[in-house]
Design a protein around this ligand. Sequence first.
Ligand SMILES: Cc1cc2nc3c(=O)[nH]c(=O)nc-3n(C[C@H](O)[C@H](O)[C@H](O)COP(=O)(O)O)c2cc1C
Length: 170
Amino acid sequence: MLDLLYSRHSIRNYSDQPVETDKIETIIEAALLSPSSRNRQPWEFIVVTDKKVLQQLSMAKPNGASFLANATMAVVIAGNTEKSDVWIEDCSIAAIIIQLTAHDLGLGSCWIQLRERMHNENTSSSAYVKDILRLPNHFEIGCIISIGYPAEGSKVNLKTKRSTEKVTRI
Ligand SMILES: Cc1cc2nc3c(=O)[nH]c(=O)nc-3n(C[C@H](O)[C@H](O)[C@H](O)COP(=O)(O)O)c2cc1C
C-alpha cells in the first residue's frame, strides 16, 4: 500500500493510448466497492470516453479542468442528495479509490473539483455538467476524475517520507 501511495501523483498530461476495456471495468468495480455511510451508496459514476463530451466537461470551470480535454477517459462522480446527507464524504472516498485503482493499473489520474465551483458568473460547474449529462436536479457533481496513460516525460514531484508534526499521539 505504501509503495502505491508514494508513487501516485496527479497526472494532467495524457498520451493518446486508449484505456483498455478490462481496465475501465476494474476501475468501475473498485468504485462500486467503496464504503459509504449507512451503506447508502448515494452515487452515480458516469464513465466518459467520448472525446466530444470530455471536451465539453473540460470547460466546467475556468481553471484547473482544461486538461480533461486530453484525457482518454473520465469518471464523473455525482451524489444523490436525496439518498444521503453525507454524499460529499461518500463520493470523495469513491474518488480516491478510483485514483488509487487507476494508479495500480498503470494509469495516471487527477481530481477535478466541481462542488462549490462556478462554470461562469451565472452557472455553477455542477449545473453545467448536469445539463451535459442530463442528470436530474437532486444530483450534485462532487468531482470528475480524469484518467489516461501518462504522456511521455510527465513531470511529478517525487514524494518523500513526510514529517510527523501533524500527528499527535496521546
Ligand atoms: C479535493 C481535491 C480537489 C482537487 N482539485 C483539483 C482541480 O480542480 N484541478 C487540478 O488540476 N487538481 C486538483 N486536485 C489535485 C491536487 O492539486 C493534488 O492532489 C495535490 O497538488 C497533491 O499532488 P499529488 O496528487 O501529485 O500528490 C485536487 C485534489 C483534491 C484532493
